[in-house]
Design a protein around this ligand. Structure first.
Ligand code: MG
Length: 389
């Protein structure tokens, strides 16, 4: 039932190390299972999305974000008759390489690694599934299908793309990945925009009125308010979020379908050679979505308490990185053994891998152990007043 432009196992590039076909699963179901069983996947539970892990049990973590991305991705893939198993695998793996403390952690690690090629979380996700995950006797990493790896590498700088061979070529030629990878990319954006809005209102940083300049939001708010009547803010908030996601996802499916019909790709390679993505919103929804994101940026991502959290998180990462670079003997033995003596670039790469793999709470613990209790960064009690109302 797959469309002719979908990724099909029969014409896949496949795995680096040949393996017998799975008996009861598709190749992409096997990738999905390997991703779920990886240690990097389990660590997503304790990594920040916007709010630092211990801020409150109700806020999204990178794990719940990943699950929301995956359910949106699967819905779109199924509606467009492309490979749902592949979309699911890409969505589940898309944030595996995120450093602790969300974007603040990523920026701090990128700053620390600036003399050694920087740190890009998409590239680190690929590094994890290609090299760093252990547990398979015959190979390092998870030996995933090329098509899954292509989707995991959502962004990549041209400088790093040049070092990656075939998988980096599309960033040098401004070409697109498979439709399944394009779906995972937009599913990520839909999930974080709407759950950050939801979490921001829950945290009482955001108020619905802040978004009334966005027509779509105002319309949805008024309908939801009328229907929920005197129900709690929790119900209203949920009604707004679910209605917005439904409208945006429906628009995405219908607009993408007409783009595909207009382009009429015969094979997946026709898609890879296009410069315009097949998956995208209509012009009106794209504009509304952009306006919503700008307001989130203004009112949530730059809120002073979120800035303080980012400042504090950045300090933890930078101090740990400096300490481990100056004194590698502070690192756990198994990491010290991997470092080539007198090779600073190798040392930096292993320190970066170690820090990127940390959860928020593990990074806080390590910081306390290295710098002692008097220098221990305080617990993130910034949101302790924010109860779930
Ligand atoms: Mg994401």
């Amino acid at each position: 039932m797959l469309a002719r432009y979908a990724v099909k196992e029969s014409d896949c590039i496949g795995r680096q190390y040949q393996e017998p076909c799975p008996k009861y699963r598709s190749e992409f179901q096997r990738d999905r299972d390997r991703i779920i069983h990886s240690s990097a996947f389990r660590r997503l539970e304790y990594k920040t999305q916007v709010f630092v892990h211990p801020s409150g049990d109700m806020f999204r973590t990178r794990l719940t974000h990943t699950l929301e991305v995956t359910q949106i991705g699967r819905t779109v893939a199924r509606a467009l008759q492309v490979n749902e198993d592949l979309t699911e695998a890409i969505c589940l793996a898309h944030d595996l390489g995120h450093a602790p403390f969300g974007h603040a952690g990523q920026d701090a690690l990128n700053h620390c690694m600036s003399a050694y090629g920087g740190f890009e979380h998409n590239l680190h996700s690929l590094r994890l599934v290609d090299h760093l995950e252990t547990g398979y006797h015959h190979f390092n990493g998870l030996n995933l299908m090329y098509e899954t790896r292509e989707g995991i590498l959502k962004h990549c700088s041209k400088r790093n793309a040049k070092k990656l061979g075939k998988i980096g070529e599309r960033f040098l030629n401004n070409q697109n990945p498979s439709i399944e990878a394009q779906i995972a990319n937009i599913a990520d954006e839909i999930a974080y925009t709407h759950h950050d809005l939801d979490d921001g209102i829950r945290a009482r940083i955001l108020k619905p009125e802040m978004f009334f300049s966005v027509d779509l939001f105002k319309e949805v708010y008024q309908i939801a308010q009328k229907q929920t009547g005197s129900s709690s803010i929790r119900t209203l908030r949920h009604e707004i979020k679910r209605r917005l996601i439904d409208i945006v996802v429906t628009d995405l499916i219908e607009n993408s379908r007409s783009r595909i019909e207009h382009t009429d790709p015969k094979r997946i390679d026709d898609l890879r050679q296009t410069t315009n993505p097949m998956i995208g919103y209509s012009h009106v929804t794209a504009q509304q979505n952009l306006a919503l994101k700008k307001l989130l940026n203004k009112h949530l991502y730059r809120f002073h308490e979120v800035n303080r959290m980012a400042f504090w998180a950045s300090r933890i990462i930078k101090e740990l990185f400096s300490a481990f670079m100056d004194s590698p003997d502070l690192l756990p033995e198994h990491i010290q053994q991997r470092i080539t003596k007198h090779d600073l670039a190798s040392r930096a790469q292993h320190v970066s891998d170690y820090i990127a793999g940390m959860t928020d709470r593990y990074a806080m613990l390590e910081h306390g152990k290295v710098f002692g209790p008097n220098h221990r960064s305080r617990d993130p009690d910034l949101y302790s007043h924010m109860e779930d109302k």
